[in-house]
Design a protein around this ligand. Structure first.
Ligand code: PNS
Length: 161
């Protein structure tokens, strides 16, 4: 059976840490849906369309990866797309409680849905979209935090704030 999984997130903006998890997932599963979703506890800096566009540029032409936006429940979207699992990156112990809570909530809403955690690569342990936003807004160098092909766009967008 063809295995479809979802890599959900705010991706506000996408970082090299996200790209690492997405590309590793694309080697493990047949079809990866990268879903830009709403996290009600965060106030995004980029619109959903901007985040999708940045992700598409950063991912390039990998034919088993699809980038979409969805503003509803992840558990419902997984049902609609016949996805068997959610794939998320786990950075540190501090991520665990929140990710565990989301995983259990999704399982309650859609009992067929599994969550697979990939350990983040060591060099990305500290990295987050918030770090990128803080450093870029204050004129710092984000070269090692985001894919080179979208760095200029992110810097320009955040320095306008
Ligand atoms: O990158 P993030 O902000 O950690 O991703 C969190 C996200 C967007 C995956 C999560 O907030 C989510 O699943 N949002 C969709 C709405 C939903 O299903 N919420 C209930 C899950 S607890």
């Amino acid at each position: 059976m063809k295995q479809t999984v979802i890599c959900p997130g705010s991706f506000d903006p996408v970082t090299v840490g996200h790209i690492d998890i997405i590309s590793r997932a694309s080697k493990m599963f047949d079809h990866v849906i990268v879903a830009v979703m709403v996290n009600l506890s965060k106030q995004p800096s980029f619109t959903i369309d901007e985040r999708i566009s940045l992700l598409k540029k950063a991912i390039g032409d990998l034919d088993n990866i699809e980038v979409v936006g969805f503003d509803g429940l992840l558990a419902e979207y997984a049902k609609q797309r016949n996805a068997t699992a959610v794939v998320k990156g786990l950075r540190a112990v501090s991520d665990f409680e929140y990710e565990f809570q989301m995983s259990l909530t999704n399982k309650k809403l859609n009992p067929e849905l599994e969550t697979v955690f990939l350990t983040t690569s060591a060099e990305n342990m500290y990295l987050s979209s918030s770090i990128v936003k803080q450093v870029a807004s204050l004129g710092g160098d984000i070269t090692s935090f985001v894919p080179e092909c979208i760095r200029g766009e992110i810097e320009k967008r955040l320095s306008n704030k």
